[in-house]
Design a protein around this ligand. Structure first.
Ligand code: DGI
Ligand code: FE
Ligand code: FE
Length: 189
């Protein structure tokens, strides 16, 4: 599917404010890809599709996970996590994306994972710091993003994990894996 048709279709799947968020993630992904020597077209493609399933009914999201053999453990955690693996499936099967690295960046854009690829990192971080995001600490992470992808994501993960702890919520294991993986990478282990 060509880029413009894809954009029009994704836009039709969400309210306008979420589309504006997606445009912010697209622009930020391109900036980060250029800064950190990744292909901006792949980063933008993952960004266009990353939240494609965010506004689908949760029953429809759960059915995609169950009916297609996606990791079922996520259904035991917050519904906010489901749209990421579902989005990767939709990108492949409804939008014809074949680039496994792009599909993984969509799949892991909410949680992260152990040993994140550069593309995973770019999309994860762009989602966190795009210009529409406004929460305490976001400017510090925007500043960090100019120095180090890994330090910026680590700070973001600490923020997310702290937020989940403050709310008494469980933490999805891949989110912990992502944090451990970044610390290992930064300490050279
Ligand atoms: O889809 P977006 O809003 O753009 O952002 P996102 O895909 O990063 O989703 C953020 C939501 O996901 C937010 O409500 C927190 C939640 N979340 C992220 N990691 C975890 C998590 N929820 C749980 N329970 N466990 C996690 O590890
Ligand atoms: Fe998301
Ligand atoms: Fe997002």
């Amino acid at each position: 599917m060509d880029r413009q048709r894809m954009i029009d279709k994704v836009r039709s799947e969400m309210p306008e404010r979420r589309w504006l968020h997606t445009e912010g993630v697209m622009a930020t992904s391109i900036v980060l890809a250029n800064r950190y020597d990744e292909d901006p077209a792949r980063a933008e493609l993952a960004a266009i599709l990353h939240d494609v399933a965010k506004f689908w009914a949760v029953d429809r999201q759960a059915a995609i996970i169950r009916d297609n053999g996606l990791p079922i453990d996520v259904l035991g955690y917050d519904k906010e996590l489901w749209h990421a693996p579902v989005g990767a499936w939709v990108a492949e099967h409804e939008y014809g994306v074949t680039d496994k690295g792009v599909l993984d960046a969509i799949r892991y854009h909410t949680s992260g994972r152990h040993a994140m690829t550069k593309l995973d990192k770019i999309v994860w971080l762009a989602d966190y710091i795009e210009p529409g995001r406004d929460f305490p600490g976001v400017d510090a992470i925007r500043a960090l993003s100019e120095q180090s992808l890994e330090h910026a994501i680590l700070a973001g993960l600490d923020g997310t994990i702290g937020f989940l702890i403050a709310k008494g919520k469980r933490i999805y294991p891949l989110t912990v894996d992502a944090r451990n993986g970044l610390i290992e990478e930064l300490s050279g282990k």
